[in-house]
Design a protein around this ligand. Structure first.
Ligand code: ADP
Ligand code: MG
Length: 354
């Protein structure tokens, strides 16, 4: 856990709506969270929970049918949401807040050589000459682990493997020395060994370049290795957040329990892996109470009636579940979750061997 408590980005009451065929969909429902300088915050949740949409609001990258309909995101003393046009966003996007997406091809141009794409960014953002920029581009390629960077400078993206392409995207992101690096499932499309390498690279470069990371993943298993803190998202809300240890070993929300119980890394050979039953609610409808209640084995009457507040567990740990209300009955998390501490130690030891 980083000791630095300086807030670099502060999001409050953020709401995002999309218009789809004349109907409103509430994709983000009042999220508030601070991001601390130099930390790595993991955002975890099922597909469709709003991880990408929430973080896209920080760079003005929502699709044109989407809009921030409430809230603020304070960064360097200004509300990011005051930026409206692409010109407004130019000073932020890529430059101060950069994003690495799951598919490196969304960020690369297939018909321009790799080296040229990096060089162009350096020329544009740092105002360097072509020769200087090229030199720096090659240095960056070496730093992200491209072997024979000079020789591969003029190759096209299709000549690189998926893992190598993702390294190039990281190089391009770093070319602008961003303050915040949003990694949106950067390793989901890669195989496990490459995934571990890319994560290690992002962490290594963080020490060198000093950026703050938001690391998005649907896989809680990746988190232990990357993050200082974790925020769990469900149906457009952050329903729990805390330090990695708090989320793994003292989780409070039944959804977090479900996610932890279904960790593939913790499965026992020959036994079916736990899966959370049911599906999340439609975001077109008004959601009453705790959005997870219909799928929860621990739901109480009030969970179907009234939305729970964020209860404080510790100074760093908060959870949005009525189970934390003083009037709620004492409920123990499922056995898989209680025994997590011992089993996680094994998993981390195994991952470090890779
Ligand atoms: N352009 C869009 N138009 C309509 N709905 C969208 C659009 N983009 C995202 N959504 C919806 O917003 C919700 C959150 O999506 P997203 O942030 O991409 O989820 P995640 O990244 O957690 O998988 C989903 O229900 C998704 O269908
Ligand atoms: Mg996503």
């Amino acid at each position: 856990m980083t000791t630095n408590q300086e807030i670099i980005l502060s999001a409050s009451d953020v709401e995002v709506q999309f218009t789809v065929r004349g109907k409103q969909l509430r994709a983000i429902r009042n999220i508030s969270i601070d991001l601390y300088k130099d930390e790595t915050l993991a955002i975890v949740g099922e597909s469709g929970s709003g991880k990408s949409v929430f973080t896209k609001t920080f760079t003005g990258m929502l699709e044109s049918n989407g809009k921030v309909t409430n809230g603020t995101a304070m960064f360097e003393g200004k509300d990011l949401y005051a930026n409206k046009t692409d010109t407004d966003w130019e000073a932020i996007r890529g430059k101060k807040i950069a994003t690495i997406f799951q598919d490196p091809m969304t960020s690369l141009n297939p018909i321009i050589p790799i080296g040229k794409q990096i060089t162009e960014v350096i020329e544009k953002h740092q105002g360097k000459s072509f020769a200087e920029a090229k030199e720096e581009a090659i240095k960056l390629m070496e730093e992200v682990g491209i072997y024979n960077a000079k020789g591969r400078f003029d190759e096209y993206p299709f000549m690189y493997s998926g893992g190598m392409r993702q390294r190039i995207v990281i190089a391009i992101a770093l070319a602008c020395h961003p303050d915040i690096l949003i990694c949106d499932e950067p390793t989901t499309a890669l195989d496990v060994t490459i995934q571990a390498q890319i994560i290690r690279l992002i962490k290594k470069l963080q020490k060198q370049y000093g950026y703050t990371i938001i690391f998005i993943t649907h896989d809680l298993g990746v988190v232990a290795n990357v993050a200082d803190r974790v925020a769990i998202m469900y149906s457009g809300q952050i329903i729990e957040y805390g330090t990695v240890n708090e989320i793994f070993y003292e989780p409070k929300h039944p959804y977090t329990w479900g996610l932890l119980s279904s960790l593939p890394q913790l499965g026992i050979k020959g036994e079916p892996l736990y899966a959370i039953h049911g599906t999340p609610p439609s975001l077109y409808d008004e959601i009453k109470g705790d959005a997870f209640a219909p799928r929860s084995d621990y739901a109480m009457e009030i969970d179907f009636e009234e939305e729970p507040p964020m209860f404080k567990v510790t100074d760093t740990h908060y959870a949005k579940t009525w189970l934390l209300d003083p009037r709620a009955p004492k409920v123990e998390p499922p056995a898989q979750v209680s025994s997590l501490h011992e089993r996680m130690k094994q998993v981390i030891a195994e991952q470090e061997e890779h």
